[in-house]
Structures are given as structure tokens and as C-alpha cells.
Design a protein around this ligand. Structure first.
Ligand code: ADP
Ligand code: MG
Length: 598
């Protein structure tokens, strides 16, 4: 007796289905990809019980004819590939003609579909690979597929599904990977009759914002920098996270020719570009889109695999590394005074358009600072030295616009070579005489400006510590610290409670070292209470941080540090007095000299 026989189609399909459809997420992925391949511009995904009971995808794509609708559910039925050679030029998502056949083998499926040229559409019902009903029906152009009771006939697989929460997470993971590549398509995700996600058509950046901006307390895409490079081999574009926004739950996406891919080797290229800018186990976010001739990649991969092989991986690695490096380099030219760079993250001030650019100062060695005494420019100058009436915090408006630069600077200052005196003052010639700058107070002004902007933008910037610090607290302090922890996060402290007597600090505000940060933290804890948080609290916090982080007296500064400090100081709107009213600049005029020589 012959023992070999063909498996009934239904059984073969069930086995094959296990490969393509492992969970509700993969079902959604296949259906949405079909909708995209059908040219849909609006796609609605509806799920019940994390897809277990229902997965429905409604699109406004090109629809199917009556015959095609029936054919679509046969194995290896596809309109997307005719011969093996086509595989290499494929840019559509599906091409194996297996998805629908697999889905209908393990679920109850109902399809409504109509093409634009047909007056009447088709409804088709299939369960366990058998067609139950097919008839004409009135329906809109496009396709509407309902997949009910996934794995209803494969109890083992049904049991294999995880909790709704986990399945939903899987659905979102797959969903993001698709919608991030199709920003021009409008997507809606409905779960348990509630809209979970509404993604209007827009740009890639808007799509990223629509997805990840919702949970962030700030504009998510402001944390990203554009990258772009076009070479003959590959074109790379997208967005990478600013180093200071690197964190524990970074979003990392590679796409190639409109398809999500995992690529550990290219991931390494990105990380290499960031080396020295981020530390510890934090990661930068990236959304990187590769475009490459399909012949240079292996497209004939398993539908559930996300690894893709490139013919010239090493070359692409180098191009990617250079592209990311360049973008980070451009970004890093934002001025930052960092006197103790060792072990620190380069910390460019966030919010690029708000960054103060130091004024360009022209040096002239033949310039006589006393020559212009009495002319109109100088009277103008003197007005700057009038004591500011309100010296308290109110006087220092938080800057939200880039400061107006008085053109005066260009000709009136001459500070090519500032010098340090007594490790406390910086002096240089100005048009009015010999100008002395208090180094600590000057830095307070600069840092105060930076911190207020940062807090104002709710853009918590934090430098991660390689070795977290521990803050010991008394029982009283414990409650207090807990009550102001949001504020501490806002100014850049990455602080978490360890136990009943301590907190761990794994990130600190920028531009300070860990001992300064701990000292500032102590000050904040004593100073910040519910009353502080009422008025001018941003200014008060910023001032506390600035006071603790500013260069101390007694610190010897090198030329470059002094130049930078002076440049930054004069770029501020207000630099004659500290925010709490202490003098920053004093000028010894010719007149005073004359008096002393009399
Ligand atoms: P593949 O996508 O690999 O071709 P599928 O089993 O996913 O295989 O789909 C089979 C065929 O059914 C597709 O090639 C396409 O012609 C048709 N089809 C599936 N979904 C849709 C849809 N939403 N709109 C129009 N046609 C569709
Ligand atoms: Mg498909």
C-alpha cells in the first residue's frame, strides 16, 4: 500500500501559517502591508482583545475584482511577482502570496472589496481555508478585511498567545515600524472601540512627533538632528537624537527601501559616531532611512525576518558612520563653556534657534582705548554702565528670543588678549579704559541664562554619570525630596529613590561636575519648598544651579577659557550685574587714572 499522500490544503496551510502568522501583530502587519501595496492613502486598523477576537483593516486602496478576491486567498496567489527575476526589482512589501492564505487557514475571515471601475463590490467569507460565502454587495472602493478569532482552530497556538498587554505591545511595535515609513498615509488604530492612535498624513518628522511626542513632556523632534548623504551606492537620510537626550528607552529604527530592518552592524556604526558623547548604558535615538538599489540587498528574505543583507556592508558602514559624525559635528559647534571636559559629555545648549551666538569681535592692535573719550559712541557706552534700577530677579527677564546684539561691541571692545588677575578677575582693554570682569559672576550670568532657557523649555538636559552618586537623607528630607522630585528632574537631575534613607543620582544638570551637582542638589533641597514654587521659581532654581556650577575664585583659567567666557558674557542681553544684583564688570577709566596720578 502506498503510504505517501498529499496533505489536504487546509492542513498544509495551517502549517505554513505558523511561519507567517505567529500572533495578532503579524496578522496586522501583513494586512496593512497589503493595503499599502494597494496604494491606500487612508488605513484604519481596528482590534478587539489585542487582536485575539478581531483584527480589521479598512483601506481606500485599489480593491479587488470578484475573481481576484477569491484568488487572493489561495496559496502563492499574488499579483506582485510573476517570475523569480522580478524578486530583485521588487519594492512592494509582500511578494510571496502567502499571507492571506495563511490567515484564512487559522481564522474566520470576511472581506468586502470593490474596485473603482466596478459598480458593485464583493463579499467573501472564509473559515479554515473553506469559502463559506461569496456574493455581490454594495461597499465603498477599497478593501475591508475582518479577521475573527485568530487560531480558533489551532488551540495550541491560541494558548501560545501572551497577555493582552504583551500582544498589544507587539502590535504597536510592528505598527510603528510600518507607519514611520509611510508618513503620507493616514493611519488610525482603534482598540476596544477607542482611538489609540490617530496619525494624520504629513512629513516623516511630523509622524515621529505624532507617535513619540505624545508621551514626552516636550516637543520630541526638537531632540533630533537631521542627517543626509547621497552617494552612488546608497542614500541615507533621517534623524538622530542629540547626545544629551540619549537615554534608557531610545527609539532606534533603520529602514531600507521603505521596509524596517534590524542591522546590528550598522547599529554599531551609529554608536561609534557617538563615542565620547554618551556614556554608560544609555543609547541615542535614531530614525535612519536607507535608499539603495534593490540589487544591492537581499530582498528575498523570510517575511517575519527583519535582518537584511547588504552586498557592500562595509562601505555602507563607513558612509553611515561619516554621515552621523558629520551631523553631530555640525551640531556640536554650538558654543559651550566646559572647563572640565574630562569625563563629561559635550553639552550643547538645547534648542538651537535659541542659542546665543557670541558676537564677532574684531581686534585692532592700533586701537587707542582712550582716543574716543567724549564722542557720541562713548556716551552711548556709558549709559550701559548706569546701575540697573531693579537688580532683583524680576529685572532679569527669561530670554525666549535670541538676544539683540548691540553693534557697538564690534568696534568698542578690544579684548584680544584678556588676562587673569589674582585667579579672580579677567581684565582687558575696552574703549573706556581697563575693564575688569569677575570670573565667577560672569560665569553665573552665562549659566543662569542657559539654565533658565532649559527649564523654561521643559527640556530637561542631563549628563549621565558613569558612577551614580548617592544622596543620604533624613526621614524629614525624604518626603521633601519626593515632593520636589519633578522639579529636580526638570533641572536635569536623574534621581531615583534607593531606599528609606537615600536616593541615587545617575544624571546631573549640564555644565557642572558631580561634586558641584551634589552641592547644588543640597541647596535646592533646602531652598525649594512649596512657597518657592510660586513666583520666579524658574529664575530661583536657575540661579542656585548657576551659583554652584560657576567657575570658582582661585581657579586659574587658560586663554581659551577666558575668551570663551567673555564672548558668552557679552552675547547675553544683560551682563553688567548678576541676576541677584552683584556687579560683574568694573571699568577703570582714564579719568580715575588721572585722579590717581594727580
Ligand atoms: P502578497 O501580498 O505576498 O502578494 P497576500 O496573500 O498578502 O500576498 O495577498 C495576495 C494578493 O491579494 C495580493 O497580491 C493582492 O493582489 C491582493 N490583495 C491583498 N490585500 C489587498 C488589498 N488590501 N487591496 C487590494 N488587493 C489586495
Ligand atoms: Mg501581502
Amino acid at each position: 500500500m502506498d503510504i505517501i499522500h498529499l496533505l489536504p490544503d487546509s492542513v498544509a496551510n495551517q502549517i505554513a501559517a505558523g511561519e507567517v502568522i505567529q500572533r495578532p501583530a503579524s496578522c496586522i502587519k501583513e494586512l496593512v502591508e497589503n493595503s499599502l501595496d494597494a496604494g491606500a492613502t487612508r488605513i484604519q486598523v481596528i482590534i478587539k482583545d489585542a487582536g485575539r477576537t478581531l483584527v480589521q483593516v479598512i483601506d481606500n486602496g485599489k480593491g479587488m475584482s470578484e475573481t481576484d478576491a477569491r484568488m487572493a486567498f489561495e496559496r502563492h496567489a499574488t499579483s506582485k511577482i510573476k517570475e523569480a527575476a522580478d524578486l530583485f526589482s521588487l519594492r512592494t512589501m509582500g511578494f510571496r502570496g502567502e499571507a492571506l492564505a495563511s490567515i484564512c487557514a487559522v481564522a474566520q475571515v470576511e472581506v468586502l472589496t470593490r474596485r473603482d471601475e466596478d459598480e458593485i463590490g464583493t463579499v467573501l467569507e472564509i473559515a479554515g481555508s473553506s469559502v463559506i460565502r461569496q456574493e455581490a454587495i454594495q461597499c465603498p472602493v477599497g478593501t475591508n478585511i475582518k479577521v475573527k478569532n485568530l487560531f480558533y482552530n489551532v488551540p495550541v497556538r491560541r494558548k501560545f498567545l501572551k497577555t493582552d498587554q504583551t500582544e498589544l505591545r507587539n502590535i504597536l511595535t510592528d505598527f510603528y515600524r510600518i507607519v514611520l515609513v509611510y508618513p503620507k498615509v493616514q493611519f488610525t488604530l482603534v482598540s476596544q472601540d477607542e482611538i489609540l492612535m490617530e496619525l494624520p498624513a504629513g512629513t516623516e518628522k511630523q509622524r515621529i512627533e505624532a507617535i513619540f511626542g505624545k508621551s514626552a513632556r516636550r516637543v520630541y523632534t526638537e531632540q533630533l538632528v537631521n542627517i543626509q548623504s547621497d552617494t552612488e551606492l546608497v542614500s541615507i537620510r533621517g534623524f538622530i537624537g542629540k547626545p544629551e537626550n540619549a537615554g534608557k528607552n531610545a527609539q532606534q529604527y533603520f529602514f531600507v527601501n521603505g521596509r524596517y530592518m534590524r542591522h546590528p552592524y550598522f547599529h554599531k556604526a551609529v554608536l561609534t559616531a557617538y563615542s565620547g558623547m554618551i556614556q554608560g548604558d544609555i543609547m541615542p535615538s535614531y530614525f535612519i532611512y536607507f535608499d539603495i538599489n534593490p540589487e544591492a540587498i537581499d530582498v528575498n528574505i523570510h517575511p517575519t525576518k527583519t535582518e537584511i543583507k547588504f552586498a557592500d556592508e562595509q562601505m555602507v558602514f563607513q558612509i553611515l558612520l561619516a554621515t552621523v559624525r558629520e551631523a553631530l559635528g555640525k551640531f556640536n559647534i554650538v558654543p559651550s563653556i566646559d572647563f572640565d571636559t574630562a569625563g563629561k559629555i559635550e553639552m550643547p545648549v538645547s534648542g538651537q534657534n535659541l542659542t546665543t551666538t557670541p558676537p564677532h569681535i574684531t581686534a585692532s592692535t592700533s586701537y587707542n582705548p582712550f582716543k574716543n573719550q567724549g564722542n557720541s559712541n562713548v556716551t552711548n557706552w556709558q549709559s550701559l554702565y548706569q546701575p540697573i534700577e531693579t537688580k532683583d530677579l524680576h529685572a532679569q527677564k527669561v530670554q525666549t528670543e535670541s538676544p539683540t546684539q548691540q553693534p557697538l561691541f564690534e568696534e568698542e571692545f578690544w579684548h584680544d588678549d584678556p588676562q587673569q588677575l589674582a585667579s579672580k578677575y579677567i581684565y582687558m582693554l575696552s574703549s573706556r579704559g581697563l575693564m575688569f570682569v569677575d570670573q565667577h559672576r560672569a560665569h553665573v550670568c552665562v549659566l543662569y541664562d542657559m539654565y533658565t532657557r532649559q527649564i523654561n523649555l521643559k527640556n530637561a538636559v542631563s549628563q549621565q554619570l558613569l558612577f551614580p552618586e548617592v544622596l543620604d537623607v533624613t526621614p524629614d528630607e525624604l518626603e521633601h525630596v519626593k515632593s520636589i522630585i519633578d522639579v529636580l528632574h526638570l533641572v536635569g537631575y536623574d534621581i531615583e529613590q534607593l531606599d528609606k534613607t537615600s536616593f541615587s543620582i545617575s544624571g546631573i544638570p549640564p555644565q557642572m561636575d558631580s561634586s558641584q551637582a551634589m552641592q547644588a542638589l543640597r541647596h535646592l533641597i533646602t531652598e525649594v519648598d512649596s512657597s518657592t514654587l510660586k513666583e520666579n521659581w524658574i529664575q530661583k532654581l536657575a540661579l542656585t544651579l548657576a551659583n554652584d556650577a560657576a567657575i570658582p575664585y582661585g581657579k586659574t583659567m587658560i586663554q581659551k577659557e577666558m575668551n570663551e567666557l567673555i564672548d558668552h558674557l557679552f552675547a547675553l542681553n544683560s551682563y553688567l550685574w548678576t541676576p541677584d544684583g552683584k556687579r560683574v564688570i568694573f571699568t577703570l577709566t582714564e579719568e580715575e587714572l588721572r585722579k590717581n596720578f594727580a
